[in-house]
Design a binder for this molecule. Structure first.
Ligand code: ADP
Ligand code: MG
Ligand code: MG
Length: 497
């Protein structure tokens, strides 16, 4: 933090105590399912059928995070949930944005084809909407800010499809709470200010919230025996984060969830009756929850696209619907930041202001006057202070700083239009110890806070609109990207200061 009156963080433990803590933490993680499938390199060639897991990468200590910014992110979530639903209902807006974006980005174009194919009379008769989002933020302190400048919260992006780690994040919070209470690694008053106690670890509902959202949608669907389907990627390593949703959904709500790939759905799905009710393996499907389908690689052939269209046209409740998926694109995020746009969709002035305050600088890279100006400034500054983003999800796709100009200058206006430009958010670095495949990695880190959002509505009636817990991902401050699955970050939890 910029607050230098805080004692050094994390606590400087002796080597012996650190090893003890490491042992406690790793075994707790393995015993409680804070795990991922082992990377292929760790799986024996001779015994490929033996299931091998490892603990998910995590931070040994919770990372300090300003209480004020945490509260702000939580309060913003219902506003973002509402905004997504409002935008998704606005056919004119979606067509305006997607007509041009689909010409420059094939993948978004394919999604938009489905949107068009199943709108109007061909559309799904289902009125229930299920949104399971995650809005991600970094803290920002400007480079030339005077000492002790308080950081502000700035949105990185809003995910409307396949927001992962809700289960493992709930476990990461429990892990830190356990370590704090069990090992007393904070109890030396010379190490940390005495008010840093268990109450500084906020309750995290993310471990149960996604199941709660799916269960609410399932209830509104109205067929008790119907199942939920999770659309998954073949060979998913983060399978346990997903399995925990399945187990919680069954344990807390009595709803069965089955896992299917798009490929399997293409073969097994049947639509029945005038409402086109979806049946898979003989079971009626109330909710189709996508944990795949957000990346071009999820659609290796036309079969997967057909499966997506079949689901979209069906009576099952989609999470997300194609419209929800499309309004989660980075292009929409950039358009919302244009003068007057978020205000057009959010009538309450105070709410619009709160949303706008969470935006950082976002710029088009198209042929408009603003687009040309953005290109000029990015080139002039050698890319310094900017991130360039394509319409992709899942991490590892962005272009940073000095890599921007060479790319920009060889692109046509048409090609540029598939990207947006964003101000680089600069979080103040902290120190922590990351644990990855059993090993400790100590160093300077930065954290990205995600807040899950739950939305369930039936026509104009809103049944659920709330924040559904949080995720803190921590990465080395030298790394640009922040994905846990992509191998950059570890799971963490906030220590509110
Ligand atoms: P994705 O949908 O692939 O997750 P993101 O927009 O979240 O795309 O970008 C991936 C990562 O890149 C983020 O987790 C964050 O670490 C980093 N990043 C993205 N935008 C910014 C930004 N404006 N400033 C600083 N880092 C950023
Ligand atoms: Mg994303
Ligand atoms: Mg992201």
């Amino acid at each position: 933090m910029t607050d230098t009156h805080l004692p050094p963080y994390p606590p400087q433990l002796s080597e012996a105590r650190l090893a003890e803590l490491q042992g406690h933490a790793i075994d707790w993680a393995l015993a409680h399912g804070l795990i991922v499938r082992a990377p292929p390199a760790l799986v024996s060639q001779d015994a490929a059928n033996v299931p091998v897991v490892t603990h998910a990468p995590f931070a040994l200590f919770p990372s300090p995070f300003p209480r004020r910014c945490y509260a702000q992110a939580t309060e913003l979530q219902p506003l973002y949930n509402t905004l997504v639903d409002t935008l998704a209902k606005d056919d004119v807006f979606i067509r305006q944005v997607m007509d041009s974006l689909s010409k420059v980005d094939d993948f978004t174009g394919k999604l938009y084809d489905i949107y068009q194919a199943v709108s109007g009379p061909n559309g799904s008769k289902q009125r229930v909407k299920l949104g399971l989002h995650r809005s991600d933020y970094l803290l920002h302190v400007p480079v030339d800010a005077p000492a002790f400048t308080e950081p502000v919260l700035q949105q990185v992006e809003l995910n409307t499809i396949a927001s992962s780690f809700s289960s493992l994040s709930g476990l990461a919070s429990e892990l830190h709470s356990y370590l704090l209470n069990r090992t007393n690694f904070f109890n030396d008053p010379s190490l940390l200010s005495p008010d840093i106690t268990a109450s500084a670890l906020p309750t995290n509902t993310s471990g149960t919230s996604i199941a709660k959202g799916i269960a609410k949608a399932h209830e509104l669907y109205g067929v008790k025996s119907a199942v939920a389907v999770m659309v998954v990627q073949p060979g998913e390593r983060n399978a346990f984060d997903q399995r925990w949703i399945e187990y919680t959904l069954f344990k807390n709500h009595g709803v069965k969830l089955i896992r299917k790939s798009l490929d399997e759905i293409q073969v097994q799905a049947k639509l029945e009756g005038p409402e086109r009710r979806l049946y898979i393996d003989g079971s009626e499907v109330a909710v189709t929850y996508f944990r795949a389908g957000y990346a071009p690689t999820d659609y290796p052939s036309d079969k997967e696209w057909q499966a997506r269209q079949t689901i979209e046209s069906s009576y099952s409740i989609k999470c997300p619907s194609i419209a929800y998926h499309l309004v989660g694109t980075k292009k929409v995020q950039q358009i919302l930041a244009l003068p007057g746009v978020v205000e057009r969709f959010v009538k309450d002035e105070k709410h619009a202001q709160l949303l706008r305050n969470s935006f950082t600088g976002l710029y088009p890279l198209d042929g408009s006057q603003d687009g040309e100006k953005a290109v000029e400034i990015a080139l002039e500054r050698g890319g310094e202070g900017f991130v360039m983003k394509p319409q992709r999800e899942g991490g590892g796709n962005n272009i940073y700083g000095a890599d921007i100009p060479p790319l920009l200058s060889k692109m046509t206006v048409q090609e540029r239009n598939a990207y947006i430009l964003m101000d680089l958010i600069r979080p103040p670095p902290l120190k922590n110890i990351m644990v990855r495949q059993g090993a400790l990695i100590e160093g300077e880190v930065v954290s990205e806070l995600g807040v899950y959002g739950l939305w369930v509505s039936d026509g104009d009636e809103i049944h659920l609109n709330e924040a559904g817990g949080h995720l803190l991902r921590t990465k080395a401050s030298t790394s640009n990207e922040g994905g846990v699955a992509a191998g950059f970050a570890v799971l963490d939890s906030p220590l509110l200061v």
